[in-house]
Design a protein around this ligand. Structure first.
Ligand SMILES: Cc1cc2nc3c(=O)[nH]c(=O)nc-3n(C[C@H](O)[C@H](O)[C@H](O)COP(=O)(O)OP(=O)(O)OC[C@H]3O[C@@H](n4cnc5c(N)ncnc54)[C@H](O)[C@@H]3O)c2cc1C
Length: 415
């Protein structure tokens, strides 16, 4: 067979009729691109509108400082549909709480973002933070919540129990339960979260003392710190001369002028004084140490303590104990059957066997991720996005716990 120029032209013509021209290809690519872009825009707008409209019911258990700060955060969130706070005590008892709390500089800035105006709260400031009575702070938060235009129910003298849990399960839309019922709270257990806890040593030994002077007023008072203290225990037998200058104790005096607390701490070391204070059970030894410390370092304006007053009114640790943090192993969960997220915050999640006068700050640090968590909880649709919301909160708690157990106490006590 002879192929001529003409025959090849015929072949070309045939091919043209079988395959689309370059113009046709360009046209269909353009059309497909337009359709894809249109689909993406519609999907984006649908998601955006849906996200703007979706909201969540928030239910807070516990009206202590952490519960009420969580409530302020919830009120600020655009995702809130309805907020309920339940507290087992009455409002009157809540605002009467006496002990002092100190907000550190980082948390002052954080609380200002949720509308707390420290200039409107009775208290005092120094370079470490802002000091006030816990009842004053709770009253301030409750007043903000009571005056809010959002849908809020504050239920006092209402204890969370299995019956309330059942009613929560019947809610028709997604619910986020924030458990803030304190160190001894049982609500997380009622909600089905694991009871196991994890304990971490802070490589520190400490002792606490507290004294109440009923004749004084509860005036918020700055804390006092003293470092590198060494004690002469020769009157009690043990040789007390520590050779190494780094083995001194740190002392903090905190609380208001009526309820005074002292914490004495030392890093784990081989100091002979530490060994004596760890092993010898002689109540008078510890009592004298706290008495002398208080009278030496107290504010000049406040009255000193007498031996007889201390004998009858001071509560104190009889010897040094190991400082430990305890954290609940499971602090966040999702229950598919009732579309309910649960998160545990504050001392209900993380607590220490040693007060530093800055305890409230650890709980508030846990809340730094709450706003973002509320958004993720509201938007989560697929199994993957639900897991990612849970992982986000879990990672934040784990990070907080490990940094606290690594250097948290040291930062509060020794710096
Ligand atoms: C005597 C004392 C002195 C302190 N001094 C200081 C200090 O000087 N500085 C400082 O920073 N911190 C101090 N703290 C610690 C500080 O108070 C805590 O860190 C802080 O209160 C923890 O807050 P929270 O909201 O997690 O728990 P909590 O304050 O314990 O609040 C939990 C709330 O939940 C409620 N509740 C419990 N169970 C239920 C239930 N089933 N249903 C409904 N409600 C429930 C309780 O009534 C309570 O109001 C002190 C604590 C005490 C006890």
């Amino acid at each position: 067979m002879v192929y001529t120029a003409n025959s090849s032209a015929v072949v070309c013509e045939d091919m043209q009729s079988e395959f689309p021209s370059v113009n046709q290809i360009n046209h269909s690519v353009l059309l497909t691109g337009l359709l894809v872009a249109l689909f993406c825009v519609v999907r984006f707008l649908y998601r955006k509108t849906r996200r703007n409209w979706t909201s969540v019911n928030i239910f807070i258990i516990g009206g202590g400082p952490i519960g009420l700060v969580a409530a302020l955060l919830a009120v600020k969130s655009k995702r809130l549909r309805k907020l309920t706070v339940i507290e087992s005590e009455s409002r009157r008892d809540l605002v009467k709480r006496e002990y002092q709390v100190c907000f550190d500089i980082e948390n002052i800035a954080f609380l200002q973002t949720v509308g707390v105006e420290f200039d409107s709260i009775e208290g005092c400031r120094d370079k470490h933070g802002f000091y006030t009575r816990v009842g004053i702070f709770l009253d301030y938060c409750l007043t903000i919540l009571e005056n809010s235009e959002k849908k809020i129910r504050l239920l006092f003298e209402t204890k969370f129990d299995k019956e309330i849990r059942k009613s929560l399960e019947k809610e028709s839309c997604r619910t986020l339960v924030i458990v803030c019922d304190g160190k001894k709270g049982q609500s997380a257990r009622f909600l089905g979260l694991d009871e196991f806890t994890e304990e971490v040593s802070c490589q520190t030994f400490g002792a606490m003392a507290g004294v109440e002077r009923p004749h004084l007023r509860e005036v918020p008072t700055q804390e006092i710190r003293a470092h590198n203290l060494n004690f002469d225990l020769s009157a009690y037998g043990p040789y007390s001369q520590d050779q190494n200058g780094t083995t001194g104790f740190s002392l903090k005096i905190f609380g208001n002028s009526k309820c005074r607390y002292m914490c004495l701490a030392i890093r784990k070391c081989d100091s002979p004084t530490l060994k004596a204070l760890r092993t010898i059970l002689d109540r008078s030894m510890m009592r004298n140490i706290f008495l002398k410390c208080f009278n030496t370092y107290k504010l000049k304006s406040e009255p000193g303590l007498s031996e007889s007053f201390v004998l009858n009114h001071m509560k104190y640790s009889p010897r040094l104990f190991e400082v430990r943090y305890t954290q609940k192993c499971e602090t966040v969960a999702y229950f598919d059957d009732c579309d309910m997220f649960v998160v545990v915050e504050g001392e209900a999640a993380l607590s220490c066997n040693f007060h530093t006068g800055m305890d409230i700050n650890q709980g508030i640090r846990g809340l730094h991720s709450l706003d973002q968590f509320i958004t993720r909880v509201t938007w989560a649709e697929s199994e993957q996005s639900i897991s990612s919301a849970l992982a986000y909160k879990m990672q934040h708690s784990t990070k907080l716990f490990s940094s606290l157990s690594r250097d948290g106490i040291q930062e509060f006590l020794f710096s």
